[in-house]
Design a protein around this ligand. Structure first.
Ligand code: MN
Length: 199
């Protein structure tokens, strides 16, 4: 098994991509010149935000129940989830009922990122302390992703670092709810899935 296939093993174990309409992981997606991040708003049984970073040919992923914040005072719980294929970064649509994570998926924000630390990003990931600059449509500037909790109960925290882009007064998740890809709301994406199922 290739290294990438090994990384995507859990992704495939949990999903039947032939039925779910999600990327199969076999798409030819070239490694980006600058690594990318994506935040997907996911109306599964509980609405959450999936934060993904391009590292080592896959999208390393964390589920953030409350979503990201531009306020350095907020520490947002980020629970690691399975690595996703790079093609997932542009996936927006419906995961049909009966599939893992069924519900609407939106590309809430995306862009490139820079590793701020001198160590390679893979090392930062292993050591549980990532510091990055995000160049998104909504998320901008320095963010830290820090491992808390134990090896068996892995929890991370996503925290906005203090810089010019920090914002103590606004709520980015509430103020900018729609897709940066299509401009659609999560309800509009979900509704399209319904009309599709009817015809
Ligand atoms: Mn999700």
């Amino acid at each position: 098994m290739t290294e990438k296939r090994e990384k995507l093993k859990l992704y495939h174990e949990r999903r039947k991509v032939a039925h779910s309409g999600e990327p199969k992981g076999t798409e030819r997606v070239k490694k980006h010149k600058k690594p990318i991040f994506v935040v997907q708003k996911h109306a599964a049984s509980h609405l959450h935000y999936d934060f993904r970073l391009e590292i080592g040919g896959v999208l390393k992923s964390w589920a953030i129940p409350k979503g990201p914040s531009m306020n350095p005072k907020d520490k947002r719980l980020a629970v690691p989830t399975d690595d996703h294929p790079l093609a997932y970064a542009t996936f927006e649509g419906i995961i049909p009922e009966g599939n893992y994570g069924a519900g609407a998926v939106m590309v809430w924000d995306t862009g490139s990122f820079d590793n701020v630390k001198t160590e390679a990003i893979e090392t930062c990931l292993k050591e549980g302390r990532i510091e990055i600059l995000l160049h998104g449509h909504k998320l901008q500037g320095a963010f830290a992703l820090i491992r808390a909790g134990s090896q068996t109960d892995e929890r991370w925290l996503l925290i906005k670092m203090r810089d010019m882009s920090a914002d103590l007064s606004s709520d980015v998740v509430a103020d900018k709810p729609n897709s940066v890809l299509s401009g659609k709301s999560i309800e509009e994406i979900a509704a399209k899935g319904k009309s599709h199922a009817d015809d």
